[in-house]
Design a protein around this ligand. Structure first.
Ligand code: SR1
Ligand code: MG
Length: 413
């Protein structure tokens, strides 16, 4: 069989040909309900339920859904997504959906149905808050990033894993172009809210800003530190009160640890900065700022804990020598590494904020603010923060300092 795009009319009969999936759904395919719910920029996603159970079936399209067939995109991204789901399940099994079936030819991945979960971005915009969220995200980040790094993984295995993801170049290229380059010049697909023209013009000629963004791109291109999710925004997180799952790792590759951390922080910070537009008259909800800080602090503590817990004589990664038998050296190495990750995370977060407002792929946090003037106000504040995260990184020794800056911005300072 060759690749055939599925739709709501054909997906049930296709899934019925996969015995394990048919069994999980139960009954006959004509009784199954199918709903296409893909709200991302690239793929189609079907939620299928039968008498016995349900599944989520995600199929890659041979082009970028957001733009159309004029922008072809390889189906191989579904292969890398499957690879990453399996790798992440090894290190953070509770934080990813169970992988039930994969078909490389159809570029189709079938996963457990997260019936009660919803997308974090939409939930945050509606004012929902999740007390366990920051801890779960910290756990996912620390576990997947630490255990796939040179600190924990023997060097031969690590190099083999880097090689396994090397072909995901088309997805990396999207990030390279859309995050680090295009927002900083008048790229054809850029768009922005009316009223921000002065910022757009200023950013295009801001040498320190563009230099900093290119510096982050250099890190993204040439720092295979750990297996990254690669697109870890709040639309890639599904939540309930009690659970958090990370989905959609089709941009996975070995890259700088601070990229995943920074992208997640940036999206939480944007959710805060959009609040005055989403809920006019209500003061900013400090809980979300606290969650961003809890996320970073939780990540740092857990990452350090994993490092300290490595067995002294086991065959760990090459960098484990930085602590073997010498607690002072180990603690210095942990502190130095976390400081470097924080610096990277700030820079990547700055790029993410700016590209979500001035580039091609915007986020619902700002896009759903109907009052255009208010949207521009919120976005201008966010752009100012993004600029500072890139150019004045030293002003932010910790997440509390970023929270203070966001509160100052939102008070109109
Ligand atoms: C053309 S794809 C645009 C964006 O959508 C994805 O979710 C990634 O964030 C990508 O940068
Ligand atoms: Mg996605």
């Amino acid at each position: 069989m060759s690749y055939t795009p599925l739709d709501e009319g054909s997906v049930a009969s296709f899934l019925a040909t996969i015995p394990t999936i048919a069994k999980r759904l139960g009954g006959s395919p004509d009784q199954w309900t199918v709903r296409e719910v893909g709200d991302g920029n690239l793929n189609v996603v079907f939620l299928v339920t039968g008498q016995e159970g349900g599944v989520a079936a995600k199929q890659a399209l041979p082009y970028v859904r957001l733009v159309g067939e004029s922008w072809p995109l390889p189906l191989s991204r579904a292969y890398y997504e499957r690879l990453a789901l399996a790798d992440q399940a090894r290190w953070a099994p509770d934080r990813v959906p169970a992988l039930l079936h994969h078909d490389d030819v159809m570029a189709l991945t079938v996963m457990e149905l997260l019936r009660s979960h919803r997308t974090l971005r939409g939930a945050l915009a509606e004012g929902e808050r999740y007390p366990l969220l920051a801890g779960h995200l910290a756990e996912f980040l620390a576990d997947t990033l630490f255990f796939t790094s040179d600190i924990a993984m023997p060097v031969v295995e690590k190099k083999a894993r880097i090689a396994a993801y090397l072909g995901n170049t088309a997805m990396c290229r999207i990030s390279e172009d859309l995050i680090f380059d295009e927002p900083f010049f008048d790229a054809p697909m850029n768009h922005h809210t009316p009223g921000l023209e002065d910022v757009v013009a200023a950013f295009c000629v801001d040498v320190p800003l563009r230099l900093a963004a290119q510096g982050m791109k250099a890190r993204f291109l040439a720092a295979p530190e750990a297996l990254l999710h690669g697109d870890l925004h709040t639309g890639s997180v599904m939540v309930t009160e009690a659970d958090t799952k990370i989905i959609d790792p089709e941009f996975a590759f070995y890259g700088p640890i601070g990229f995943d951390v920074g992208m997640l922080l940036a999206n939480l910070w944007m959710a805060c900065l959009a609040q005055p537009g989403q809920r006019p008259g209500r003061s900013m909800d400090g809980l979300l700022l606290d969650q961003a800080a809890t996320l970073w602090n939780g990540f740092a503590t857990r990452f350090a804990g994993h490092w300290r817990a490595l067995e002294r004589d086991a065959d760990h990664g090459s960098l484990h020598a930085l602590g073997r038998g010498d607690a002072d050296l180990r603690e210095a190495a942990i502190a130095e590494r976390l400081a470097a990750i924080w610096q990277d995370a700030l820079g990547f977060a700055g790029c993410e904020v700016i590209r979500r407002i001035l580039g091609l792929a915007h986020v619902a946090d700002f896009e759903t603010i109907v009052d255009e003037a208010m949207r521009a106000v919120c976005e201008r504040r966010a752009l100012h923060l993004g600029w500072a995260l890139l150019v004045e990184r030293d002003a932010f020794p910790d997440a509390a300092a970023v929270a203070q800056a966001i509160l100052r911005e939102s008070a109109g300072a």
